[in-house]
Design a protein. Structure first.
Length: 266
């Protein structure tokens, strides 16, 4: 008899304590060439989510897989693939811990996000107190980033987009953006343009019976092409009934039938 290895222990746990989508052996997508195929399809989040479900946080295989995914993201410069996911913070910490923040600084700088650049420099200084880069409490975000660029001229090639923004304010679109956002209206229908501009300018604060039936309202010309009918909601009808009840007169001579003159009884 001998003590089981960590790999054997985890495999036995997966065997006798089954969970959905957690096979006994590691999925093939965790290793090349299937891993590279998944990353080529930009399925980074899928791979990392499955790894979090399959492995324990301190599993060496999990750490190796995450490092591989992060390193390939840095090589491609496509940080958008994990931005706004739960794995982006881990990626930022990984780069700052290993002193490899220039690629991410360039990503933030290309989009004009100076505050994120400054916070990234502050994070690396916190993780490496002996780092030869001084940050004073009163330094602004712009000063921190500018000082970093000046003191690290060896990263000039890696910080080309950040330098372009600091020099003339050049901002680049996201790498993974497949299409421009619909901010222009040349391809929008006419009634959609009117509704878009009506909401954007904020000339009207609410939609009511006075503007919903006119061409100046949010419907535009559709209000003249189609008959617009207003229906009261159940809540409005209930409120109107309550108002009518409150308006009913009360007093000693109510109801009116009591006020009618009657002949004296014989």
């Amino acid at each position: 008899m001998r003590t089981s290895t960590p790999e054997e222990h985890d495999r036995m746990n997966r065997t006798y304590y089954e969970k959905p989508n957690r096979p006994v052996f590691p999925p093939a997508v965790f290793e090349d060439p299937y891993l590279q195929d998944a990353l080529a399809r930009r399925d980074h989040e899928f791979v990392l989510d499955w790894a979090c479900w399959f492995y324990e946080p301190d599993d060496p295989a999990y750490i190796k897989l995450v490092q591989t995914v992060f390193d390939r993201i840095v090589e491609s410069g496509d940080f958008d693939v994990l931005y706004s996911t739960r794995h982006f913070g881990t990626l930022v910490f990984y780069l700052a811990l290993n002193g490899n923040i220039p690629p991410l600084l360039n990503y933030f700088g290309a989009r004009g996000r100076i505050s994120d650049c400054a916070n990234l420099v502050r994070l690396q200084k916190t993780l490496h107190p002996n780092w030869r880069f001084a940050i004073n409490s009163g330094d602004t975000d712009l000063k921190i980033v500018t000082d970093f660029v000046k003191q690290n001229a060896r990263y000039r090639d890696q910080l080309s987009d950040l330098n372009a923004f600091l020099r003339d304010g050049t901002v680049l679109p996201s790498v993974s953006r497949k299409a421009e956002p619909m901010t222009r209206t040349e391809h929008m229908p006419k009634h959609a343009i009117h509704s878009f501009m009506w909401l954007k300018t904020g000339l009207q604060t609410s939609v009511d019976a006075s503007n919903v039936r006119s061409s100046s309202g949010p419907l535009g010309e559709l209000s003249t092409e189609y008959e617009v009918q207003l229906e009261r909601s159940e809540g409005e009808q209930t409120r109107e009934k309550e108002v009518d009840i409150r308006r009913e007169p009360r007093g000693r001579f109510w109801p009116p039938s009591k006020l009618r003159s009657s002949k004296p009884e014989e």
